[in-house]
Design a protein around this ligand. Sequence first.
Ligand code: ZN
Ligand code: FE
Length: 248
Amino acid sequence: VGLQVHQFPCLADNYGFLIQDQASGIVACIDSPDAQAVLAQLKLRGWTLSLIINTHWHHDHAGGNDALREATGALVIAPAEVARVSRPDRVAIPGETCWVGETGLQIIDTGGHTLGHVSFHDPGSSVAFVGDTLFAMGCGRLFEGSPHQMWQSLQRLASLPPETIVYCSHEYTEANCRFALSVDDDPAVRQRAERVADLRALDLPTVPTTIGDELSTNPFLRAPLLKPGLSEVEAFAALRKLKDEFCG
Ligand code: ZN
Ligand code: FE
């Protein structure tokens, strides 16, 4: 029982996710970075797509919605902001639950990268899909929201159980590692950097991560420790600015 997650790389550095509720067999995709890639992965598994679930409106997340909906008849469940790319059949509202068969995904407000960005948490299987909000050792750029909004969003994710398995949407970890090492000399960061280098040398993914690993090595979650003397939001904003300007 629970949720089966199938992760696959697509586009330049995105991950796509197909999820299947084991009780009902119902299948959903989390985001639609590339409709053809999603269709190919469905075929490979012999799965039928019922739902397209989006985290935010960016094209590498919702750009495949219409082609997928046309090819499969799947319903689009997405935050309202996705309407600029593809009309949602149902709007995903933070605080509500998105059902995939018998699996209830809790919809979490994770605005900041885009204003309406949402994440999805299944407490039963202890997995979360966080789009471009939290990355392995990183976080999304603030294209639309304020540091305050993004910090609140990151705190909502950081407060999930530490064993929660976190599926983020990009393989950015090596670059995130270089930045983390430049601002944080904690041994846990160095150890993780070695693990990341080993995985990438073998062309293996560093995603998923866990909330626990992020709490101990993600410079954005550790911002208040790394920038003492500043408020939490100021510390986060200072690190985000450093990362935006970082050439590592
Ligand atoms: Zn994005
Ligand atoms: Fe993205």
